[in-house]
Write a protein that binds this ligand. Structure first.
Ligand code: PMP
Length: 344
């Protein structure tokens, strides 16, 4: 009799069920136990695999999609990669409208995954017909049977985390989680995960992470959009200059803002101390933990889950490049030891 080969049917079966890894060194001085939910273990190396799979499978269930149809989105980041990956296996065309600000590496990576990439001018307003929003919208209208993911305004983004990330964390912590710390970009991760966790235990503290230069924290506190909060910053995927409907602000107890500089150093510190090679926003989340600890958020009974959204390999020419760090002015007197090591 033939023995059954122990193999996955395709790469999509590996999405989700990411590990929770105890942090042992970086949190040594902070009371409580800290665990990272390491989303780089998804096959597309980020948390966005979850929403790409969920949104496309919901569209299939609703009868909206059939093989050969086209998926459209406006991102050069993790979501683009995940949609491209899911589209390959499910037989869809993947069309991504990206900003000309996107690095050549990112565009090449998406094309390597079979995506059709339209590069649109970065410095035009969102309602300009040349902007990537308008290009995506137009293609969606013109291409019959196309689906526009529109992650910032898609309820299914929240739902993807309500049905996967939330239950996984509850199960992995055996219901003992006291705090969740998560970055907010579209807000899908924090909102969906929090919704599930709060249904199990409304006392779990949900702590959002925002960037200086983004409107989310102020909006959470005042429910008013304050354009004075907006200015350029470097962390990609964190914060926003608009209010996404994929963020359920009522689920979040508090937002903490973090800086580009401290987040970059903290990401490097996680890699060096825990051996987990993380992306920029993982550094942002951990930086928020440090700031929250200084405010007395945690005690010895705290069991804190911190979401690490993606992998460090996507940031080799940024936070893991000493030259880039130096160019940003991120080596000051505080980090002078690192600065001295640069040889150029
Ligand atoms: N980190 C990274 C690297 C991301 O790409 C994103 C998504 N924009 C986030 C964090 C935030 O996740 P969410 O969009 O679910 O709020």
């Amino acid at each position: 009799m033939e023995k059954k080969i122990d193999a996955y049917n395709n790469i999509l079966e590996l999405i989700g069920n990411t590990p929770l890894i105890k942090l042992n060194t970086i949190t040594k001085e902070i009371p409580g136990d800290f665990y990272a939910k390491v989303e780089a273990f998804n096959p597309g190396h980020s948390t966005k695999d979850r929403i790409a799979l969920h949104i496309l499978e919901e569209a299939e269930r609703a009868g909206i999609l059939k093989p050969g149809d086209t998926i459209i989105e406006t991102t050069s980041g993790n979501t683009g990669f995940s949609i491209a990956m899911v589209s390959i296996i499910k037989g869809y065309e993947c069309v991504l409208a990206v900003s000309s600000k996107s690095s050549k590496d990112k565009i090449d990576m998406l094309r390597s995954m079979g995506a059709k990439v339209f590069v649109c001018p970065a410095h035009v307003s969102a309602d300009d017909p040349r902007s990537y929003y308008q290009v995506a919208k137009r293609m969606h209208e013109e291409i019959k049977g196309s689906v526009y993911i529109n992650q910032y305004f898609n309820e299914l983004n929240i739902n993807a985390h309500f049905v996967t990330t939330g239950p996984e964390i509850w199960e992995q912590t055996k219901g003992q989680i006291t705090h969740l710390v998560a970055c907010s970009g579209t807000g899908g991760t924090i909102s969906g995960t929090a919704k599930f966790l709060k249904e199990q235990n409304p006392n779990i503290r949900i702590l959002g992470v925002d960037a200086f230069g983004s409107v989310l924290k102020k909006y959470h506190e005042t429910r008013e959009f304050d354009s004075n909060e907006i200015y350029p910053y470097r962390i990609e995927g964190l914060g926003k200059n608009l209010i996404p409907t994929a963020t359920d602000f009522d689920m979040i107890d508090k937002f903490t803002k973090v800086s580009d500089e401290e987040s970059a150093h903290t990401a490097r510190e996680i890699s060096k101390t825990e051996g987990i090679f993380v992306g920029y926003t993982s550094g942002a989340a951990m930086q928020a933990v440090k700031q929250l600890a200084a405010e007395g958020e945690f005690d010895e009974n705290s069991k804190v889950v911190v979401i690490f959204p993606d992998h460090g390999s996507r940031y080799m020419s940024k936070i893991y490049c000493d030259h880039w760090m130096n160019e940003q002015g991120f080596y000051d007197s505080k980090h002078s030891e690192a600065a001295q090591k640069i040889e150029y």
